[in-house]
Design a protein around this ligand. Sequence first.
Ligand SMILES: Cc1ncc(COP(=O)(O)O)c(C=O)c1O
Length: 481
Amino acid sequence: MNSLLQHAFNPEEFRREGHKLVDLLSAYLHDCREAAPMPVLPPSEPAEMEKYWQGELKNPGFDLQKYYATLISQANHIHHPRYMGHQVVPPAPMSALTELLEALLNNGMAIYEMGPSATAIERVVLRWLTDRMGFPASAEGVLTSGGSAGNLTGLLAARQAMCGYDIWEGGNRDAEPLALMVSEEAHYSVARAARIMGWGEKGIVKIPIDGNLRADTRALSQNLNQARQKGLRVIAVVGNACTTSTGTYDPLDEMAGFARAEGLWFHVDGAHGGAAAFSEKYSHLVKGIELADSVVIDFHKMMLAPALTTAVLFRNGSHSYETFAQKAEYLLANGKKQAWYDSAGRTLECTKKMLGVKVFAMIKLYGDGIFTEYINTTYDLGQTLAGMLKRESGFELATEPDGNIVCFRYIPPEFRGDADALTAEIRKEIIAEAGFYIVQTRSGGCTYLRVTLMNPFTGISDLEALLVRIRKSGDALAAKY
Ligand SMILES: Cc1ncc(COP(=O)(O)O)c(C=O)c1O
């Protein structure tokens, strides 16, 4: 046989390099846990980074372990306690380890025969989750690669179930333009799903928000009537649990009641915060989620799994078979038959990763308690930070945080300048120095610093140090703006 192939598939080499890689990653985890001095996000420019890797590609030598070490050194260090940026979880190491097995076995599902255990495990994991969310026994779900794909999957099911004709076969009818209702604070993937379905901008009816950035349920009826008067056929209302920008939970129970009264599908985007259901302390935030027709929950946000693993849950499981009703004779011989074990019939993906396997390992290793502990720790940290911000002079919260996303800004004493420009510049300085990773957002027409406390090992001393650092930049930069 070809010697390159012999070399590439050498089990002994895999063992040797694999052990070295696990040692390297273990040392890295130690460094992160102990907050060893390292830039959280090593500063770099895209063009510079591309040039470096172009150079490496041309370089005749290659050392695999050096390559791994370089990748670690160039990474955004999600496991570092001073990473407080976007909503990406530091994955539980055993969850990541299980992914290695998934990658090598490559039982990519689509049909049962291509992933027997992964198919069954997906179903078992989804049943576990529907139970935890308070769904009835008729509920079913699918795992999909990410919340964006999950929202699209849920809303495609809504379209098929609610439009009153076989839209999958016949396509959209121009005379009956379809639409969904969602607050302007929703993640863009909801609006994108409407556009992918061909509804355009007019297919997104924006629910006004109240002073706390929640969907204003008092406005729902009027909103719906106005849309109907414009000739739109609203088929779904979408609740945020929570919003991406400020982490605000919509009043799901009220929205569910409205949807039921009006004969609308109720979809909940719980990509980030649906997991609050695991916490007795915070489950009030998702009250009403159990009444939704479809719910999206990302395991790679608040459930400690590496990206991407998303659950799409359907209250009435049969809807999950209608979404993609197309036949592919070579693969899906069952066509419209409800074969739960042929996952390609129910998801966007044909081949997909063995998504449920790492979740199963987490449940068995640590039980539900790990998710409760994670939500409580990170959401408590959000409350702690909000309390500190209220006590410190010059800091302003964008809104009271519900969970672990906290948006705020620093206005130095006597400052009368451009607060948005100052806020953006403070973040720039902090990122350049790389002692913390934080992001920014716009809310109510203002720019805010945005912190998502994803790392359960972030401590109060880290939060205090962040505020000191922000104040230092703000005071020094104030005169420029
Ligand atoms: C509320 C919400 N929904 C959906 C998504 C999209 O999820 P994904 O990045 O997994 O596609 C995000 C991502 O941040 C989100 O915050």
